[in-house]
Design a protein around this ligand. Structure first.
Ligand SMILES: C[S@@+](CC[C@H](N)C(=O)[O-])C[C@H]1O[C@@H](n2cnc3c(N)ncnc32)[C@H](O)[C@@H]1O
Length: 257
């Protein structure tokens, strides 16, 4: 006799293995009010999920590699959530990276004063911006930023919006780094068992949905705009993550095309 919970988990794992096309569905965390207790708990879970996936390490390593010649001055984190993932990245890059200005853009205003203070102890100046990322990128009127980063964010979008987001990002930066769920069997399986480490219903739902909407192969490279000379890298990172890096080749801008 197999217990019903186990049976459901096994069935959905088998069905999941058979269906590997990208599927996008609403994530509960995006829809809950920021101060809902389930959302607060899920954001705490997300920190553990990020740690399990090794995403701060992946983004820090890609950033270090992309800025071998010297640290960037401005970074934008798209869909930054509570900012703690970028804080972990900052801790990994400090002390070599100092006096960095980081803009944390999210539709919810959830960056705490404590998180801002932690950035300041690393000599990073932080600005939390409450906005829809697509709208914000479209009306961005500041000068170029050195690096645009995104963690567990791009998978929220269908291809048409993603292409638009990437086109806008490519106008504002010379380097774009994203770490996303990898749409693969290992991630699919792991996402179904997060309840075992105490994640709540919101996190368990969103984790499965995120993997279905995640990426593999060269799916993100295919959407990156062909304006200018870019070096693109897209690869598996760890067991569950998918890393995309777009770097403009030196001295080449859109106007050079
Ligand atoms: C899975 S969370 C990841 C948060 C953070 N990057 C991290 O790794 O902890 C996705 C975040 O994207 C934000 N988000 C989703 N769609 C958005 C949009 N169109 N504009 C701005 N933020 C958005 C949500 O509010 C949420 O904080």
């Amino acid at each position: 006799m197999v217990c019903p919970v186990l049976r459901t988990q096994l069935q959905s794992s088998i069905i999941g293995l058979a269906r590997m096309d990208r599927q996008i569905e609403p994530e509960w965390l995006d829809e809950l009010p920021a101060d809902d207790s389930r959302a607060i708990r899920s954001r705490r879970d997300l920190r553990r999920v990020n740690a399990l996936m090794g995403n701060a390490r992946v983004i820090a390593a890609a950033s270090r590699e992309a800025f071998r010649d010297g640290p960037p001055k401005q970074i934008v984190d798209l869909g930054a959530g509570d900012g703690t993932l970028m804080l972990r990245v900052a801790r990994r890059l400090f002390p070599r990276w100092r006096n960095v200005e980081v803009a944390l853009v999210d539709q919810h205003a959830i960056v705490s004063a404590e998180t801002c203070r932690q950035f300041e102890t690393l000599s990073w100046r932080v600005k939390a911006i409450e906005a829809n990322v697509l709208d914000w990128l479209a009306r961005l009127s500041i000068s170029q930023v050195d690096l645009i980063a995104a963690n567990l964010f791009l998978h929220h979008f269908p291809e048409s919006s993603l292409a638009r987001l990437m086109q806008l990002a490519a106008e504002w930066t010379n380097c774009f780094i994203a770490c996303e769920p990898r749409r693969c069997t290992a991630a699919q399986r792991a996402s179904r068992w997060l309840w075992l480490i105490g994640c709540n219903q919101v996190t368990c739902h969103d984790a499965v949905a995120s993997v279905r909407a995640g990426f593999n192969g060269k799916e993100l490279s295919a959407l990156w705009p062909r304006n200018g000379a870019w070096q693109l890298q897209e690869k598996a990172a760890g067991w569950f993550s998918h890393c995309f890096i777009a770097q403009r080749l030196r001295g080449r801008r859109t106007s050079d095309v």
